[in-house]
Structure formats: C-alpha cells, structure tokens
Ligand binder design. Sequence first.
Ligand code: GLY
Ligand code: MN
Ligand code: MN
Length: 430
Amino acid sequence: MPETDLLSLQIDHVGILQSRYEQILDDHGYDGLLISSGSAPIRYGDDQSWQFQGYGPFLHWTGLTGFEHAWLLIRKGQKPLLSLYQPVDFWHASLELEQEPWLAEFEVRFSESRLAPELAGLSQLAVIGDPCLLADLPGRKNSGALCDALDETRVHKTAYEIACLAQANRLAMAGHHAARDAFLAGASEFEVNLAYQRATLQREADAPYHSIIGVNEHAGTLHYQYYDTVAPARSRSLLIDAGVRFRGYCSDITRTTAGVGEGRFGALVQGLEQLQLRLCDMVAPGVDYLDIHRKTHLGIAALLSAAGLVSGLSDDEMVSEGVTQAFFPHGIGHFLGVQVHDVAGKRVQPPADAPFLRLVRTLEPGMVVTIEPGLYFIPSLLEPLLSGSLGSHINRSLVGELRGCGGIRIEDNVVVTDSGRRNLTREAEA
Ligand code: GLY
Ligand code: MN
Ligand code: MN
C-alpha cells in the first residue's frame, strides 16, 4: 500500500477512535479521559531502567512506542491533546516526532515537565495508565468498567490497523526467511537472532516480544528465552517465534524448520503445516474460536496416529484422555494488535479442556487472531504419560528419537473479514 493511502487511513482511524471514545465517555459519565503513555521503571537497587514500549491505549491512538511521560487527553467535541515530554537533556536524545498528516488531528504540545497537562474545565475526569504515574492526579483512576469498555474498542480493527498489521507481517517474514537460511547454513541460536534482526532492521528491545529461537531440544520449551552462542554438533530443528512492530502494531509469527536429513521430523512439520492451514481456513465470522482450538486437538490426534507416535486409541480417546494435551499444551492463539496478546479476549474464563486459551469469543469481522498449533516433545509432560496407564499406546522409541528435535509450532496472523478471512502471514510469504 502506498504510504499516502496508509496515512489517510490513519486519519480515518483517529476519527473512528474519537467517536468510539466519545460514546464510552458518555456511557460512563465522564467529560474527559487522560491517558498516560507510561515510563520504564528503574531496576531495583540500580540506576538502569527496563526497556520501554508504551501503554496499549496510548499506542492505539498514536502508534508512538518510544515516548515516555507523554499524555493524551480525550474530550468530547475537541481535538485530542497530545503532550510529549521533551526535556533539555545532554545525557539522552529526544525522539523526533515525524511530521505526518495525523498530527493535524491532534493538538500537539511539547513539555519539559513530566507532569500531566493542565486539566482545567473538566469536572468528571477519568485517568488510565500505570498507577505509579497517576498518584498525584485528580479524577477516577483505572476504573475497571471503563478500561473494559476501552479494551473493547481494540477488538475490531480499523482498516488502518489491518494495513499496519499486514506490513508488520511482511517485515517479519523477511526476518524469518533470513533466520531459516542462517540455520540451514549451520548458525547458532545467537547467530539466527542476528540474522533475524539484520533482515528486519529491528533491535531486540523494540520487538513486540522476546524472539523465541530454539534449536534442537530448545524448540520444546514454549517460551525458550536464551540463545546458545555455539551451534550444536548436529542441528536437527529450528523453531523461531518472532515478530516486528510497525507503527506500534505487532506481528507474531512462528516457523519450524527440520535440519538436513531429518526426514521423520520434517514429515511431522509438513503434517502440522497442513493442519495449521486447515485451521486458518476455519477463521470466519460466527465461528466460535474455541471450536478451532478443539479441532486442533483432533487434528493433533490424527497426526500422532499417522506418524506412529500413538497407536490403539481413537482420535476422540486421545483427546478425552489428555494424550493430545501432553503434545499440544497451549491454546490455539489470541487477539493481536498493539500488544502481542491483545486485550479483551477473555471476557469469560476458558473451559477446563482449554486452560491456557487466551481468546474465548465468537469471531467477528475486523478481529485479528493468531492460529498457532504446536506439537512438542516436552519431557515433563510426556514422562507421566509414558509411565501411566496409556503408556503402552505411546511409541517410546519414536518419542525418544524425536525428543532431540524439541517440537514444532506454526503460527500465522489472520484477519476475520465479512466473508471469511485474510491470512496476513501467508500473503507476506508469497
Ligand atoms: N509469541 C508468543 C505467542 O505466540 O503467543
Ligand atoms: Mn508467537
Ligand atoms: Mn502467538
């Protein structure tokens, strides 16, 4: 999409947010809402701060991930007031605000103070943000009912948001291709990470989440968080779960690559990919996301049978007896937006058979979800299965062989459209 189209979509986006917010302020009896962008806390006992990425509602309006101590004031019938902290500081640089058309929709001020802007004339003020930064402010702070309503404004993405998410997918796919090539050339986890960062031009601290890069057994730790600097003697598998932020919006993509000569594991990767594509094709308005999660378990059961990992149990039995849960312990996915696990997915708690599912809703046009089935060889989950009453149904030697490959996850980002879906990740891959 040409930049000018994106910039004009952003102006529509701001207008849509203004009307959504005005309605909510009316419904909840407020005449103004002050949003803090946040700030990075200082590490305890140290003079260094954690990395800053910005508070969701502030990002939803502005896309500005790096501006600490900024404030946004929303009022009915008035332009949003955006106050950006720009101290005179010879230790640090101030972020430059790119002069783009959306800024004309705001009243923009620069302040040398971290304090909130003047709030005169507001009698019913609401304030949201990190409570540490709100202590001295007037108004009702972080009202649960208000925050729930505001979270709901992030569920149905505007055309601008979908364009940003699509671009975040394109940028990340370039990184995933570079990561795969580096792995196949013998790179270590650390070097795979460098290849990803180089291709995405994104420093680690700016990524939407810590990239998960697991070679061999490490692929079986769901959120593996370290990088070996030396490649193993035999590189059998790579799982990389990594995204990019574009104008605040996140991609969240996982790919798994079998090492050279890993035919059996490679076949399992292909099988899971076929399942993953079928699950993506289920995404459509009116579909209960929980049904996609439950279909995943049946698909994993079929795959376990076909691969010879489990025998003598029907697919339904494998699901009801918890066999599939041991191989696929997490949820099928979540909402995606300015946060990787975007808000408002769990207005009700997930049922007992899907304890880690982050999204328990019926799909509607404009929602953006991930579809991320996995199949892992996790010793702490498989040992009880192997030593329990169903142990004789599990192919112990095959599990032993594949354990060294860790596991598989394949994750795409999918938009629910009026008639079905758009798979932003596969579009970016093509
Ligand atoms: N990258 C974390 C997740 O897929 O949810
Ligand atoms: Mn992911
Ligand atoms: Mn995800």
